[in-house]
Design a protein around this ligand. Structure first.
Ligand code: ATP
Ligand code: MG
Length: 332
């Protein structure tokens, strides 16, 4: 089967505008294939290159080197062929005309795309119903909260029934409930339209895990792994991991635990009461040693939890660092 999206050594450089004129490699030799019907995730921290990739695939930006094809068409040379079949939604964008109502905005957009009147009307109502916007159709966009505005953006993306849809951080800045609504909608739409292809970028690991059939993990412009969430987690070495919340007086260093036999890695994050420790052990039994060491260093255990592997662990394993986990709550 022909891939819906394919990239070959796709790279993109930027040169900063300041005096230094630094060269930034935003995408570095990216090779990807996305298949028809897939909900494909691109997961990575801030600055990893997600938006750059989406902009190239949506023909808004040209590659510096390498090539990419969408629906078999070259993004550089045949961009006109691609555009009618795709659509894109970016999180955090403030699009639309504030003075017009939600319905008028969506209607106008449908007109740009040449949707027949009755189709446009039907789709606007159906999509608004699905994302929980139906009672806001007559509200001016300027009077909507950020979350509701983002839902309008999402509806706009799906309105044209694109063959390939790109969602760049679709839940960015949404509250937990609105983010859930959007994710539920994306899932439902893909289930109802099995021959459509969707590429979603996110820096929320749980979001990627919940939604995506396959995930490309991107870090500093490179794809460091690409597989199903389950297969990505299977790459982790067999280990036991625990999250321990501790309270302590004075100082506590993760090195107190890191050097114990059987301890693979310790991550510490300070909290108002003390710290969260994520400890990765060769086996469950090593935990006894860890608890002893905590006692020795006058750290009190407030809570202890055995963790199943997450994509966070995969990222940590592949890249050797993690990104701000406090930022991840919205995707819960
Ligand atoms: N127009 C530009 N000029 C210079 N550098 C840029 C430009 N756009 C992006 N970059 C740089 O390229 C790299 C990749 O940026 P990109 O926006 O693709 O990342 P991202 O994964 O979408 O990040 P975020 O999660 O913050 O949206 C970053 O280092 C960024 O600073
Ligand atoms: Mg981005």
């Amino acid at each position: 089967m022909e891939a819906t999206i394919r990239t070959e050594n796709l790279s993109r450089m930027y040169v900063t505008r300041d005096k230094a004129r630094r060269r930034i490699v935003a995408l570095n030799q990216v090779n990807l294939e996305v298949h028809p019907g897939e909900l494909f995730g691109v997961l990575g921290p801030n600055g990893a290159g997600k938006t750059t990739l989406i902009k190239i695939l949506t023909t808004l930006l040209t590659p510096s080197s390498g090539r990419a094809w969408v629906l078999g068409y070259d993004v550089e040379r045949q961009y006109r062929r691609i555009r009618p079949f795709i659509n894109m939604v970016s999180g955090g964008e403030t699009s639309g005309y504030g003075l017009l109502t939600v319905y008028e905005n969506l209607w106008m957009f449908a007109q740009f795309y040449g949707l027949p009147t009755d189709v446009a009307r039907r789709r606007i109502h159906a999509l608004a119903e699905q994302v929980g916007l139906v009672d806001r159709l007559n509200t001016k966009v300027s009077e909507l909260s950020t979350g509701l505005r983002q839902k309008v953006n999402v509806v706009r993306g799906f309105l044209t029934d694109p063959l390939v849809l790109f969602l760049d951080e679709p839940t960015l800045g949404l509250d937990v409930q609105a983010a859930r609504d959007v994710r539920a909608f994306v899932k439902e739409w893909m289930a109802e339209h099995p021959n459509r292809t969707l590429v979603l970028t996110t820096h929320y690991m749980l979001e990627a895990e919940e939604l995506c059939d396959r995930i490309a993990i991107i870090h500093r412009g490179r794809i460091v792994a690409c597989d199903t969430p389950a297969a990505l987690k299977q790459r982790l070495p067999q280990q036991a991991s625990f999250r321990i919340e501790i309270a302590f007086q004075g100082e506590f260093s993760p090195a107190y635990l890191g050097n114990l036999p059987g301890v693979r890695r310790v991550w510490m994050r300070k909290t108002p009461r003390g710290a969260h420790l994520d400890v990765y052990l060769e086996a469950d039994e090593v935990l006894v040693r860890v608890l002893e060491a905590l006692l020795q260093h006058q750290a009190r255990v407030l809570s202890l939890e055995k963790r199943t592997p997450t994509l966070e662990d995969v990222f940590l394993h592949l890249v050797g660092e993690t990104w701000d986990p406090d930022d991840q709550e919205q995707a819960a």
